[in-house]
Ligand binder design. Structure first.
Ligand code: SF4
Length: 459
């Protein structure tokens, strides 16, 4: 109860200054991501856009019903679950009805918005309602939409192949119709519903487009579509996405600010440590059934003076204290990580049993790591040229954009492989990404069924 009171006080006194979760929910991130060039635009080609002001968090704040308890559970003082009331729908089976829309969250503002080149909150709110109503993940659908739009813009798709839909970036009307088609199980909407991985396979089998280009721009890993952060300039976030057990969401590791903005984890060892600690720490919330948002969206004022501020040590101690108070068991922050490690390694071996769970499945699409197209490179040429000189030690003067892109790619792909080596080592896994026997023993997870699965992969 004492920790709960402390948390409530922080929320009352600090949220408006730090995160505005109570008034904007996660939509407060929309303009921050655009400012840092991290907001997915046009299928992750870019991280910002001049029209992003149209989806600024203040725009959403004005749309959200305010001044009522709107937590996803009644006792939560962070109360970040926003909604738009009395929303008049324009399309679909509920056209001309007024409805309550749950959201949009930040990820939806991007996935049903900027990723498709659409900067229109009315499209986002309506598509949000229909995704919820149809039972479709807004993030997955948005990343599919970005992919098919880029394919359309590149002639890999055309009106004949989409059944008449014009899927250019920014075409909100046809994007909405695609969603309704999916729900009706009709037309190209049904095809798009197969997801990016199967669409790539289909396009390649049909001879539509260059297979390498499709692999580069199809933003999926392990068959799951990427969530909404541009990871090109954060190697740690690239790992945070593609090294996951369940595919590239930000539930396990969100390291962009630590890595790219604050430069707190500069070496491979630092990044590997972060890609060990944070996925394990975050897994623990799932094990005990707690929401992780109050962990670091609002932080104690003294946090910046803590030893490891990114971990928010005072809040970690809250969780340790609450666990001990509720269970009566002895517990500390080290055992918290070990609890997760047992589960996380079990999950990794589960993947192995299903025919995945090795290094090849941690590969990422190149769009997640660097510029795939000339347009992308040239839109950030100053940054990329500077990196060639200062980080790679290669003079870009007089070189073609293609040559410069190739140099970046060589460097970025090598960095990613080195990251995998460092993370696997820190996690107690082989170079192929399989848990080592001695590591399973040290965790008390050397169960016969698991040993049988990992044994053939020991080096
Ligand atoms: S429990 Fe978590 S997701 Fe739900 S309102 Fe509170 S902070 Fe938001």
């Amino acid at each position: 109860m004492e920790r709960g009171q402390r948390f409530n006080r922080e929320m009352r006194e600090l949220d408006d200054k730090q995160a505005e979760m109570r008034t904007k929910g996660t939509a407060h991130l929309t303009n921050i991501m655009n400012d840092y060039d991290l907001l997915p635009v046009n299928n992750f080609k870019f991280g910002s856009h001049p029209d992003a002001y149209k989806i600024h968090s203040e725009v959403y704040k004005a749309r959200f019903t305010q001044g009522i308890p709107d937590g996803c559970w009644i006792g939560c003082n962070m109360a970040c679950a926003k909604g738009v009331d009395n929303y008049l729908l324009r399309t679909g089976p509920y056209a001309n009805n007024k409805v309550i829309v749950d959201g949009p969250e930040y990820e939806t503002a991007s996935s049903l918005g900027s990723i498709a080149g659409i900067f229109n909150p009315d499209f986002t709110i309506e598509a949000n309602f229909y995704c919820d109503t149809y039972g479709i993940c807004t993030i997955t659908w948005g990343t599919i939409l970005g992919f098919v739009m880029e394919c359309y813009e590149n002639g890999i798709l055309n009106e004949e192949r989409t059944g008449g839909l014009k899927l250019n970036f920014g075409n909100a009307d046809d994007a909405m119709e695609l969603l309704h088609q999916l729900a009706r199980g009709e037309g190209f909407g049904k095809t798009a519903g197969m997801g990016v991985r199967k669409l790539k396979e289909m396009f390649i089998a049909n001879g539509w487009g260059d297979p390498k280009f499709l692999q580069d721009i199809g933003m999926e890993n392990k068959g799951l579509e990427y969530s909404q952060y541009v990871s090109k300039e954060s190697l740690a976030q690239q790992g945070g996405y593609a090294l996951t057990n369940k595919g590239p969401q930000h539930d396990e590791a969100w390291l962009i600010f630590m890595d790219m903005v604050n430069n707190q984890i500069p070496t491979f060892e630092d990044k590997a440590e972060a890609l060990h600690y944070f996925p394990m720490f975050r897994t623990w919330f799932g094990l005990v059934g707690l929401c992780k948002l109050p962990w670091n969206d609002v932080e104690p004022e003294s946090n910046q003076d803590a030893d490891e501020p990114a971990k928010v040590p005072e809040h970690v101690d809250n969780y340790v204290t609450i666990y001990k108070a509720v269970t009566g068991k002895d517990f500390d922050k080290e055992e918290m990580i070990r609890q997760s490690e047992r589960v996380y390694n079990f999950q990794r071996i589960f993947n192995l049993r299903r025919g995945y769970g090795t290094r090849q499945f941690d590969a990422q699409p190149y769009r997640a790591a660097g510029p795939v197209t000339i347009e992308e490179y040239e839109s950030r040429a100053e940054r990329y040229d500077k990196q060639l000189k200062e980080i790679i030690g290669w003079d870009p003067e007089g070189k073609s954009t293609e040559e410069k892109m190739a140099k970046h790619r060589e460097h970025r792909e090598l960095q990613y492989e080195k990251l995998l080596d460092a993370v696997y080592k820190r996690r107690g896994w082989t170079k192929n990404g399989v848990p080592k026997l001695e590591h399973l023993k040290s965790l008390g997870m050397d169960l016969p069924e698991l040993i049988e699965l990992v044994e053939p992969y020991q080096e």
